[in-house]
Write a protein that binds this ligand. Sequence first.
Ligand code: ADP
Length: 303
Amino acid sequence: KKVADRYLKREVLGEGTYGVVYKAIDTKTNQTVAIKKIRLGKQKEGVNFTALREIKLLKELTDPNIIALIDAFPHKGNLHLVFEFMESDLEAVIRDRNIVLSPADTKSYLQMTLKALAFCHKKWVLHRDMKPNNLLLAADGQLKLGDFGLARIFGSPDRRFTHQVFARWYRAPELLFGTKQYGPAVDIWGAACVFAELLLRRPFLQGSSDIDQLGKIFAAFGTPKPAQWPDMIYLPDYVEYQYVPAPPLRTLFPMASDDALDLLSKMFAYDPKARISAQQALEHRYFTSHPTATNPASLPRPP
Ligand code: ADP
């Protein structure tokens, strides 16, 4: 059955944060697409209109490392978002024990992630939900960031649906302290967690609650000193913590190069104002030092 006179629905790909995702054929282009059906719930009618208008802006956000939003339309009370179909995602790559990730492969994945963030941050769009399964992989090896801007339009996912526990592991300390004025730095923290996960082949900071998440962050980087992050004490949920010293980062990432560790530590800066930007990160010497990033077409991929 055709949807919107254009899309032939195929199987369900999965249940996402906002609703079901279907595979479909775009009969206009013969392209395979993924359609996200978004439950709009009991929101006032004006909200749908605002969402649609914001989504129109997302359609303009075109970059080789961002999933293209092909179409957006309301249908039977749900909002349908049509995206280009992606073969796999970074979570599948990280989890696959048969895949060997070389330092050059890790560099390539991080570079594509930062390129996507640099592009969007330049346009003042935040992602807010960085995690390996939002970094999708196209058939040609390109990594493309998905779900851009959706968190802002539809609300923070993990507050609305409790099954979204993993997003916590990628959450910046300022968010855990309840900041209301956050910026692009939250995406850099998330990207740093993905970088760490590529190096370790397991999630780096696996908190079991928001408090425990802060505990995991403090155990890795030491409790933040006010001199290191002057605005911290003014944040809504700030409480004093018992002092924890920082272990040398090297002990947590024994296999990483010095350049990788230097960039990682700058992406994990406590103070969001001191945290490296996506553009600055791309200019870090890690990306020019040996080995050069793997060409996307040559990256390993799951079967
Ligand atoms: P979440 O909100 O948990 O990140 P999503 O809504 O992004 O999940 O996706 C739900 C399921 O649909 C996942 O299994 C994902 O792999 C799949 N999916 C999402 N977007 C695409 C896409 N563009 N191409 C192929 N599969 C996709």
